[in-house]
Design a binder for this molecule. Structure first.
Ligand code: ATP
Length: 262
């Protein structure tokens, strides 16, 4: 899958980000190869969201970030990257329907803005069905529960069939059944060779899919190594006891426990 002739999907070196006068990331290195599924773990406030936001060009940073072999500052293939923010912004004004939100994800594939094609609508309808929102497809998204909105945003991130999917806590607010459905979708993407970077607090049904885990602690990579086998318990904690980790820094025995948002 990985080849010396193929550049990494993400090649980040020494990424440092200051926010509000605080150094939130302190020199993070991250390399993701095509088809890899990498999860970013760590306690609340460790810098996970900051890292993925910097990687997709949403935050000024120091250090080097390349996407698909191109420095971020010159990267224009935005359609190759599907990004799902941690807390999708609420819509203002007239709220879009679920279908409109999902289809809008496909429009980034187009060189110029235009109406969605029949294929876009078919893909969107398929994903809406897959995330269990078919009955709500015509509803304004603001009329959905938080977890249902989250599922719509997951579908939006996937509809353009990107080569890299970056997701910031996509599991937040979705129930166990939706998590299973979502794991199935990510499994298909993984088989297609899509690279996936996912911030998570716990992996649940995603655990068997993950190739590598990166654990942040106060803006630094505390651990980076292979993900363990199937399981639904705390991945971060597992790493502290893994028999074959590639440890870049010592991991405290009492790792942070998974938890929801504060
Ligand atoms: N705009 C900002 N100005 C100042 N500090 C900020 C800003 N945004 C984030 N921070 C701080 O940066 C640190 C890292 O935040 P970040 O959201 O990246 O953490 P996280 O690991 O994603 O946390 P969580 O698990 O809670 O989502 C936190 O201490 C946070 O308070």
């Amino acid at each position: 899958m990985t080849s010396h002739s193929v550049p990494p999907v993400i090649d980040a070196t020494g990424v440092t980000v200051d926010l509000g006068g605080t150094q939130v990331l302190r020199g993070v290195d991250l390399r993701v190869m095509p088809g890899e599924f990498v999860t970013i773990l760590g306690a609340n406030g460790s810098g996970k969201s900051t890292l993925v936001r910097a990687l997709v060009g949403l935050l000024p940073h120091r250090g080097s970030i390349e996407l698909f072999g191109t420095p971020l500052g010159r990267f224009t293939d935005h359609q190759r990257v599907g990004y799902m923010a941690q807390r999708p912004e609420a819509f203002s004004g007239v709220p879009a329907t679920v279908t409109e939100v999902v289809v809008s994800g496909a429009l980034s594939r187009r060189p110029r803005f235009g109406w969605p094609s029949r294929a876009d609508r078919t893909s969107a309808a398929d994903l809406i069905e897959r995330v269990g929102l078919a009955d709500l497809a015509k509803r304004p998204i603001t009329h959905l529960s938080g977890g249902q909105q989250q599922r719509a945003h997951i579908a939006r991130a996937l509809v353009a069939d990107p080569d890299l999917v970056v997701m910031d806590e996509p599991m937040a607010g979705i129930d166990a059944h939706s998590a299973e459905v979502f794991a199935g979708l990510l499994g298909e993407l993984d088989e297609r060779g899509t690279a996936i970077v996912m911030v998570a607090h716990e992996l649940g049904p995603m655990a068997p899919l993950v190739d590598r885990a990166v654990h942040l602690d106060r803006g630094l990579v505390e651990y980076e190594g292979p993900a363990l086998g199937p399981g639904t318990h705390d991945h971060a904690h597992d790493h502290a006891h893994s028999s074959e980790p590639t440890v870049t820094r010592p991991v405290p025995a009492e790792g942070p426990l998974p938890g929801g948002k504060a």
